[in-house]
Design a protein around this ligand. Structure first.
Ligand code: PLP
Length: 383
């Protein structure tokens, strides 16, 4: 019997009760003072999370829309754009630039491996024309966090505009947008921000603004300049996702009440525990050690296991929803999300349910191994 679905996918993430309640109110005028105050609070709070004093734009879209806005505002058809691709979301970012006519130079990395700063430096040296570099902070499809500080430094030192997909990292994993030389960083409300999908956050450096003024791609809904002009008056150019703004305001308050350092430490703790539990169940962690993500864990199942059967059983019988693989890893991998409003007991629960399900699928006896491994990890016992 399950009473509540446990969303253990890497977004949308579970909503805390406070966030749910924040949305249970009448609609307001999106051009009135109440919305302006909410927007100001979200913008200021998000800047603290991004660690930036650059402009922070609020777009009504999913994360992909905000990534598209970066291409539309920074890239002209025919421009050389360097994209580091180490998974499905890197692929998508590169495809997005290509859709705008960019000449995309791909630094291709085997899935599960991080982008190497020396490799990036070499590609940039061989391609001196491109102004824009596209990086993925947390590659959600492989459960891997790239060494963003190093990659951004290399790209920045090479005189490039550094654009970062931080959709599934920012607010859960440390980023220092300004200190690391990141010109544009993007995140989405449905990830670590503990809000529903619908709002995206984009930080834009002065240098990116200069490029924005030069770039010639068609843009209308996602025109950053329009967005900034309206933001200065406490509004968005078009009707924003007001209900999501209520939620994002509350989610941000909760992040700041917990303290960002504590939030990051919690995510790291949950990641380690998930890794320990999956290892005890005979899964092979997919991402290279040292670069495993604190927001999502990817793992290859024991060879005899049908991933879709496992996910179906978890969902139908235990109310636990986990993700499968994406792109070329579809059907071959499990991914467990542990970002946003997720606590220790939630990790115990998902691994307990997996252990039961594996027994029902005749893969392994449910002898408490996974829960024991999770518990030991949470108690700080070395694996
Ligand atoms: N980039 C990364 C790293 C993501 O994890 C996601 C979503 O999971 C996206 C981009 C796309 O975001 P959205 O689905 O909000 O468009």
């Amino acid at each position: 019997m399950t009473f509540q679905t446990q969303l253990r996918i890497p977004g949308p993430t579970p909503l805390p009760e406070r966030v749910v309640r924040s949305m249970s109110r009448p609609m307001i005028d999106h051009r009135g003072p109440e919305f302006a105050a909410i927007m100001a609070e979200i913008t200021a709070g998000a800047k603290r999370v991004f660690k930036t004093s650059n402009d922070l734009l609020l777009l009504t879209s999913s994360g992909t829309g905000a990534l598209e806005s970066a291409i539309a505002n920074l890239v002209s058809a025919g421009d050389e754009v360097v994209a580091a691709v180490c998974g499905n979301f890197g692929e998508r970012f590169a495809a997005l630039a290509a859709a705008y006519g960019a000449d995309v130079v791909r630094l291709e990395i085997e899935w599960g491996q991080p982008v190497d700063a020396d490799d990036l430096a070499a590609v940039l040296a061989n391609h001196p024309k491109g102004k824009v570099v596209l990086l993925t902070h947390n590659e959600t499809s492989t459960g891997l966090t790239n060494p963003l500080r190093d990659l951004a430094r290399v790209a920045h030192d090479a005189g490039r505009i550094v654009v970062v997909d931080g959709v599934s990292s920012i607010s859960s994993i440390l980023i220092e947008t300004d200190a690391w030389g990141i010109d544009v960083a993007v995140s989405g409300s449905q990830k670590g921000w503990m809000a529903p999908p619908g709002l995206a956050l984009v930080s834009v450096s002065p240098w990116a603004w200069e490029q924005q003024a030069r770039a010639r791609s068609p843009r209308f809904y996602f025109d950053w300049k329009e967005n900034k002009t309206w933001a200065e008056r406490g509004m968005t150019p078009f009707t924003p996702a007001v209900g999501v703004a209520f939620a994002l305001q509350e989610g941000l308050r909760m992040l700041e009440e917990e303290g960002l350092d504590n939030v990051y430490a919690r995510h790291a703790r949950l990641a380690r525990a998930t890794q320990a539990g999956l290892g005890a169940l005979g899964f092979q962690l997919f991402a290279q050690e040292g670069f495993r993500s604190n927001t999502v864990t990817s793992a290859l199942p024991p060879t005899t296991l049908d991933v879709s059967a496992l996910r179906k059983l978890l969902n139908d019988k235990y109310g636990v929803v986990i993700a499968g693989g994406q792109g070329k890893m579809t059907g071959k991998m499990v991914r467990i999300g542990h970002l946003g409003a997720v606590a220790e007991g939630d990790v115990v629960q998902v691994l307990w349910a997996m252990e039961q399900a594996l027994e029902e699928l005749d893969i392994a006896p449910a002898d408490g191994r996974a829960v024991a491994a999770v518990t030991a990890s949470l108690q700080g016992v070395p694996a």
